[in-house]
Design a protein around this ligand. Structure first.
Ligand code: GTP
Ligand code: MG
Length: 137
């Protein structure tokens, strides 16, 4: 069993999709290890997405990720990182498979409803970015 980290992004929260997305995550066999409603500061988002800081969309990404609350969570399942990336679908919802969370709830490449860690190493780093040991169960 291993873990991944997710955020339901500001668009998903604004559009009232928290419940539906959590239901889908739960029904797909993920156990919630940690979860909270929180809002990232500009400095948080710049640090969290620092790997993208040279990309042309970086400013837009930081602006978007800080404009309202997010749901941050750590999830546990066999093969968590890869299975969660499959569940959310491609970055661009236009390319996302039928039935994936991004296909169902994302509106654009930028506003794509949900984040999923891309490696076990990043899952651990991203989980620790948002949660203390006492908040993980
Ligand atoms: P995350 O799970 O959020 O990390 O998405 P990803 O791994 O599918 O994509 P990637 O890490 O390459 O990009 C991170 C995020 O940057 C994406 O989820 C989008 O929100 C945003 N992003 C990526 N490409 C573009 C783009 O071309 N334009 C805009 N506006 N945002 C983008
Ligand atoms: Mg990514």
């Amino acid at each position: 069993t291993n873990r991944t980290f997710t955020m339901l992004k500001p668009d998903a929260v604004e559009n009232g999709h928290i419940g539906a997305i959590l239901e889908k995550i739960s029904a797909s066999g993920f156990r919630i290890v940690a979860m909270k409603l929180t809002q990232m500061t500009k400095a948080d988002a710049e640090a969290f997405y620092s790997v993208h800081n040279e990309r042309p969309f970086f400013g837009e990404l930081v602006e978007f990720m800080t404009r309202g609350p997010i749901v941050a969570a750590i999830l546990e399942k066999e093969n968590a990182v890869n299975d969660f990336r499959t569940l959310i679908g491609a970055t661009n919802p236009a390319d996302a498979a039928e039935g994936t969370i991004r296909k169902m709830y994302a509106t654009s490449m930028g506003e794509n409803a949900v984040h999923g860690s891309d490696s076990d190493e990043n899952a651990a780093i991203e989980g620790a970015f948002h949660f203390s040991g006492r908040e993980m169960f």
